[in-house]
Structures are given as C-alpha cells and as structure tokens.
Design a protein around this ligand. Structure first.
Ligand SMILES: CC(C)(COP(=O)(O)OP(=O)(O)OC[C@H]1O[C@@H](n2cnc3c(N)ncnc32)[C@H](O)[C@@H]1OP(=O)(O)O)[C@@H](O)C(=O)NCCC(=O)NCCS
Length: 152
C-alpha cells in the first residue's frame, strides 16, 4: 500500500468522524462538534494519510499552546483504520505532525492517552514520549489518562 500525506480538507469530515468513532469507544471518541472545533481552530495542524485510491487510512490533528512563554504542541489525536495498522501509517502521520510543530516553533509535544490504551502508549513510547503524570477520571470521569510529553 502506497500512502501519501496531505492537509485535511473540509470535505474529509464525514470520513474522519467515522474513523474516529471506529477507533474509540463512546465517551472517548470525539463528538461531531468537538471534531469540527479541532479541525477549524486557527493554527491547528491536520494531516490525512490516503492510499492510491484516495481512501483515508488515517489522520492526525495537533494544536499549539503556550506554557511559560514557550510554544508547545498538543497532539489531539492520531487515528489509523484498524485493518491498516502496523504498516507505518501512524508513524508517517506523527513524523509530519511533529515536523509542522517544530516549524511552528514548538519545543515539546504533549498528549493524554487512556490508561488502558496500551497500543497507543507503546506507539508514543516508540516515538520518544515519556510519561509525565496520571490524571484520574480524565475520560468520562472514570478512566484515568496518562500525560505524556516529548521534547522537540
Ligand atoms: C496508535 C495508532 C495510531 C498506531 O498506528 P499504526 O499505523 O498502527 O502505527 P505504526 O505502524 O506506525 O507503528 C509504529 C510503531 O509503534 C509501535 N506500535 C504500534 N502499534 C503497536 C502495538 N499494537 N503494540 C506494540 N507496539 C505498537 C511499534 O513500535 C511500531 O513499530 P513496529 O511496527 O516497527 O514494531 C493506531 O494503533 C490507532 O489508530 N489506534 C486507535 C486510535 C488511538 O488509540 N490513537 C491514539 C490516541 S491517544
């Protein structure tokens, strides 16, 4: 499968929403309003991975924030279609997102990941993230999140 990357376009919304719903249980998956908000928020980064047939295999969204005067990236999500995992699509999406965050002056990337999402934790550890904390009840008031961070 040859995968290429491009910016997210407004017309991608239905496919991205469906993919996010398939990737996460209700309560962790973004609502339509949340996803629209992240996609439209000024300065956010959105990258799509698609195959030769222009089928969307995955996407990533990241934002930026300030901490003590430093620009930080915040990874909002990386979603890869279940049937297409472990083929490097997530890696491509993260590399491109990280590159764009660096270009925007970010000195680190932050994220939260559910305590029971071992796959994503392995993925982020593989990409240089370290655990910086645990947030009780972050998801739906009952599933803890790990806070993870990577210096750029
Ligand atoms: C996490 C996710 C984005 C990874 O996407 P992917 O395309 O499968 O990842 P890659 O193929 O690029 O994997 C890169 C590396 O991450 C690690 N990794 C990925 N999946 C893993 C798994 N199931 N178990 C252990 N390590 C894993 C490995 O080191 C892998 O390298 P390798 O295949 O050479 O061993 C994907 O599993 C996904 O969409 N999950 C559901 C949504 C989600 O949880 N997103 C994170 C939100 S916080």
């Amino acid at each position: 499968m040859a995968v290429s990357l491009r910016p997210i376009l407004p017309e991608d919304f239905p496919a991205l929403y469906a993919l996010d719903q398939a990737c996460f249980v209700p309560g962790i998956a973004w609502s339509k309003a949340e996803l629209q908000y992240f996609l439209k928020y000024p300065g956010n980064i959105g990258v799509v991975a698609e195959d030769e047939a222009r089928h969307i295999a995955g996407f990533a969204i990241a934002g930026k924030q300030l901490r003590k005067g430093a620009v930080l990236g915040r990874l909002i999500t990386i979603d890869v279609e279940a049937a297409l995992r472990r083929r490097g699509v997530g890696h491509m999406l993260f590399e491109e997102t990280e590159k764009q965050l660096r270009e925007a002056g970010a000195t680190a990337v932050l994220l939260e990941v559910a305590i029971d999402n071992a796959t994503a934790q392995a993925f982020y550890t593989r990409h240089g993230f370290v655990r910086t904390g645990r947030i009780p009840g972050y998801y739906m008031g009952r599933i803890d999140a790990l806070a993870m961070e990577k210096q750029l």
